[in-house]
Ligand binder design. Structure first.
Ligand code: BDP
Length: 678
C-alpha cells in the first residue's frame, strides 16, 4: 500500500464484525438524479463491498424513495431519505437502525453523503450494524482548507511535493486526484476550499483562470465543496488597468463588482474571496490610508449576499515596534463592529505564527461584533515538516478549549463561523508527504465538524481506518500519536519558547540568529536570552501583551511562580536559576525538557519498530525511515540549542546529561540549500 487511499481504505472486516455485517442482505438505495445522493449510494455500495470483502454477494436494489421511514415499511436493509426537513440544517444527518434496516436521513443530499461516510466509518471501526444510532450536525458552517499553492505548482510551506492543482492543463483536463481529493474532504465534512496561496497572484482573477476554477467547482459541487479564491488587493491595478486600488475609489469598487459578477456568472455558488492584506509586503487598504474594514467591506459589497469575504488578521509591521504578538489585536480590535455581515476575520490559533506551542490568540472573545474564524496550519511549517511525526489534534484542542474569559471558549467564539486549515496536501502519492501527516488532515476536518471530539478518539479512528483495527496496534499507536506534538515542543521550543527556527526554511534550530533586517524575524527577538536569563517579558514590566487577555485569563499567566510552565518563557523573562515547580532550576528544567523530547522520539521509534506485523511493508518502512530522521534531528535541536544557551549562560550541563557532541560553531555553520524552502 502506498497511502493513496488515506483513511478511506475500508479494509475487509474480520471475525464477529464481519459476521454482523453479513446479516445485512442488501443495500437499498433511493433512486435520485441528485449527484450528491448518487455519490452517497455509490460510496455505500463500494464501502460495503470493501468491508465485506465479498463483492459478488452484494447487490444494489433501487427502490422508490422512502418518505416515511417507519419500522413496518422497511423490508430491506438499507435506505436513504435526503429531504427530511426534521433533520437539522446544512450537513446534519441521522443514521439509525430500525428493524432490519439502516436508515440515513438528512434534510439535503449533502447530509446523506456525510451520513454515508459516518456509517462506513462506524462499520469500519467494527460497530454493530444492529445498534447504529448516530445523530450528528456540524458545529460550524465553514469547514475550510486554505491552499498555499501557487499557480506554477510550487506550494508555499508545502512538504508533500508539487501542488495537486494542474492549472496548466485545466480546464480541459481534470485529474482524477481532484475527485479523490474532494471525496477525502467530504468524508470528514470539509465544505470549502481556497485553491490558491494567500500571497496571491492577481492573474488568478483573469477570465482564463475563472474557467479553470469553474471546472474545479463543478467537479467538487456534488461533494458539497465551495470554491474560494485568494484575491490580491491590488488586482484592479495589477490586471484591471486602474491607477489605484483604493477601496473608496468608485472605479475600484466598480472593478471588484464586475469581477464578482463575472465569477458568479461562471460559478453560481462561488464561496468568495480570501485576503491577506497589509501583511508581509502584501498590498492592502492601508496603502491608501484606509482601514482593514474599508478594504474588507468594499469586497463584501461586491460579493453581496452571494458569498463571503475572509479577511486575515495575520498582520505585523516593520514600522510598528510593539511586541509582534500584540499587533493584530491592536489593529483589529478597535474595528470591532465595523465589518460588514458577510465579512469574516480569520485569526491564527496563536498570536504569533503557528509555533509548536502558543497561547490562544487574544482576539478570540475580544471582538464580539465581528465574525471570527480560526486558522490552523495543517502543514507543519514549524513542527518538522512532513519528516517529523507530530499529531496536531492535541494542539488545536488546547486552543479550541481555551476559556477566553469573555464568556466562552475559543470554540464557542468561532462556532457561528468556522475553521480554516492551511492544507498539507501535495502531489506525493500519499498526499501529505508522510503517512502520519494524513492524520492531521483528518483531525482538522473532524474537529471543524465537532471541536469537542477528544484528540484521542480522533487518533483511534484514524489509526484504525488507516493502518489496522487490531487492538494491540491501536493501544500502541494512539499514545504514540498523543505524545508526539509535546515531544516536538520539548526538543524544539520548550517552556514557552517560540520561533527559534533557522531563517527561511523554518526547519532546524537557529536560536543564534540576531541580525536579520527586521527585529521580529530574529529568534533573538523571541527568546531574549543573555547571561542573566531568558524569556519574553509580556507582563506589565514588559510589553504587557497579557493585558490583551481577559483579566481572569491574564491572572493565570501573570505570575512566573504559578504559571503553567508550558507558557513560562512566553510571558516571562526569568533568571537561569529561577526555581521551577519541579524543584529544578530553569536551566536544569530546560535541559530536562530537551532530553525528554529526544527520549520520547526514541520511544516512539521503538514502539513503531514492534508494529511491523500490523502494517504493510511499504508504509511500515516509510514511517520507520521518517522516525530515524526525527530521532537524529531531535538530537540536533537539543544539542544546537544547548550549545547556544551555554555560550550565553556559561553553565555546565546538569550531572548525568549527555554532553553536547559538537561546538556551537559547528551547529551555526550548517546550511541546507536542499531544504524545501518558502
Ligand atoms: C508564515 C509563513 C509564510 C506565510 C505566512 C502567512 O512563513 O510563508 O505566507 O505565514 O500566514 O508562517 O501569511
Amino acid at each position: 500500500e502506498d497511502g493513496y487511499d488515506l483513511w478511506l481504505r475500508y479494509a475487509p472486516l474480520e471475525g464477529e464484525a464481519l459476521e454482523r455485517l453479513e446479516t445485512l442482505s442488501a443495500i437499498v438505495a433511493a433512486p435520485s438524479d441528485d449527484p450528491t445522493e448518487r455519490l452517497a449510494v455509490s460510496e455505500l455500495m463500494n464501502g460495503f463491498q470493501a468491508l465485506r470483502g465479498r463483492p459478488d454477494e452484494i447487490w444494489l436494489g433501487l427502490l422508490s424513495r422512502p418518505r416515511d421511514p417507519g419500522p413496518d415499511s422497511i423490508t430491506n436493509s438499507f435506505g436513504l431519505g435526503c429531504s427530511d426537513q426534521s433533520v437539522g440544517g446544512e450537513g446534519a444527518f441521522l443514521v439509525r437502525t430500525q428493524g432490519d434496516a439502516i436508515w440515513i436521513a438528512a434534510s439535503s443530499p449533502i447530509g446523506c453523503l456525510y451520513g454515508a461516510y459516518a456509517l462506513l466509518r462506524e462499520l469500519s471501526l467494527g460497530a454493530d450494524p444492529a445498534t447504529i444510532d448516530i445523530a450528528s450536525a456540524p458545529a460550524m458552517p465553514l469547514r475550510m482548507l486554505n491552499h498555499w499553492d501557487n499557480p506554477d505548482g510550487h506550494v508555499e510551506r508545502g512538504y508533500a511535493g508539487r501542488s495537486i492543482f494542474d492549472w496548466w492543463h485545466l480546464p480541459e483536463r481534470l485529474d482524477q486526484r481532484m475527485i479523490d481529493y474532494a471525496r477525502a474532504n467530504a468524508s470528514i465534512g470539509i465544505n470549502a476550499v481556497a485553491v490558491n496561496n494567500v500571497n496571491a497572484r492577481a492573474y488568478m482573477l483573469e477570465p482564463r483562470y475563472i474557467e479553470k476554477v469553474k471546472r474545479l467547482a463543478d467537479a467538487w459541487r456534488p461533494y458539497g465543496i465551495r470554491v474560494f479564491l485568494s484575491a490580491r488587493f491590488s488586482a484592479p491595478r495589477d490586471i484591471g488597468g486602474l491607477e489605484t486600488a483604493d477601496p473608496l475609489d468608485p472605479d475600484v469598487r466598480r472593478w471588484w463588482q464586475d469581477k464578482a459578477d463575472e465569477i458568479y456568472a461562471a460559478i453560481p455558488d462561488f464561496g468568495g474571496f480570501l485576503v491577506k492584506a497589509n501583511s508581509e509586503g502584501q498590498p492592502g487598504p492601508q496603502d491608501y490610508g484606509r482601514t482593514h474594514a474599508d478594504g474588507a467591506n468594499m469586497l463584501a459589497e461586491a460579493v453581496g449576499d452571494r458569498g463571503t469575504v475572509i479577511w486575515r488578521a495575520f498582520v505585523y509591521s516593520a514600522e510598528d515596534d510593539t511586541d509582534r504578538a500584540m499587533q493584530a489585536y491592536n489593529e483589529f480590535v478597535p474595528l470591532d463592529g465595523q465589518f460588514a455581515d458577510n465579512v469574516i476575520v480569520q485569526v491564527k490559533n496563536g498570536p504569533i505564527d503557528f509555533q509548536p506551542r502558543e497561547p490562544f490568540h487574544p482576539m478570540f472573545g475580544a471582538m464580539p461584533n465581528t465574525n471570527l474564524m480560526f486558522e490552523a496550519q495543517i502543514t507543519k511549517e514549524y513542527l518538522g515538516f512532513a519528516s517529523h511525526l507530530a499529531f496536531l489534534a492535541p494542539m488545536w484542542e488546547e486552543a479550541l478549549d481555551a476559556d477566553t474569559g469573555h464568556g466562552g471558549t475559543v470554540a464557542d467564539v468561532i462556532a457561528p463561523v468556522g475553521m480554516a486549515g492551511v492544507a498539507n496536501t501535495g502531489s506525493d502519492r500519499n498526499w501529505t508527504g508522510s503517512d502520519f501527516d494524513q492524520a492531521n488532515w483528518y483531525a482538522f476536518g473532524r474537529l471543524a465538524w465537532d471541536p469537542t471530539l477528544p484528540s484521542e478518539q480522533i487518533a483511534r479512528e484514524w489509526a484504525a481506518q488507516t493502518f489496522s483495527r487490531d487492538e494491540d496496534f491501536i493501544e500502541a499507536t494512539v499514545p504514540m500519536m498523543m505524545e508526539s506534538r509535546e515531544a516536538v515542543v520539548d526538543y524544539m521550543t520548550p517552556l514557552g519558547l517560540a520561533h527559534l527556527m533557522d531563517t527561511g526554511h523554518h526547519y532546524g534550530p537557529g536560536p543564534w540568529v540576531c541580525d536579520l533586517a527586521r527585529p521580529e524575524w530574529n529568534p533573538c527577538y523571541y527568546h531574549r536570552a543573555d547571561a542573566d536569563g531568558i524569556g519574553f517579558d509580556r507582563t506589565e514590566s514588559g510589553s504587557n501583551a497579557l493585558s490583551q487577555y481577559a483579566p481572569e485569563v491574564a491572572a493565570q499567566w501573570s505570575d512566573p511562580e504559578t504559571i503553567d510552565p508550558a507558557f513560562l518563557l512566553w510571558f516571562h523573562r526569568v533568571g537561569w536559576d529561577h526555581r521551577m515547580p519541579s524543584g529544578r532550576t530553569l536551566w536544569e528544567e530546560l535541559v530536562h525538557r530537551y532530553d525528554t523530547g529526544v527520549a520520547q522520539v526514541d520511544g516512539i521509534a521503538a514502539t513503531w519498530a514492534e508494529l511491523g506485523e500490523y502494517v504493510d511493508a511499504e508504509r511500515f518502512r516509510a514511517v520507520s525511515e521518517n522516525l530515524a530522521i526525527q530521532q537524529r534531528e531531535a538530537r540536533w535541536w537539543r544539542d544546537a540549542s544547548l550549545a547556544y544557551w551555554q555560550s550565553l549562560n556559561g553553565l555546565a550541563l546538569p550531572a548525568g546529561a549527555d554532553p553536547v557532541p559538537e561546538s556551537l560553531e559547528h551547529y551555526r555553520s550548517l546550511s541546507f540549500p536542499e531544504a524545501p524552502g518558502n
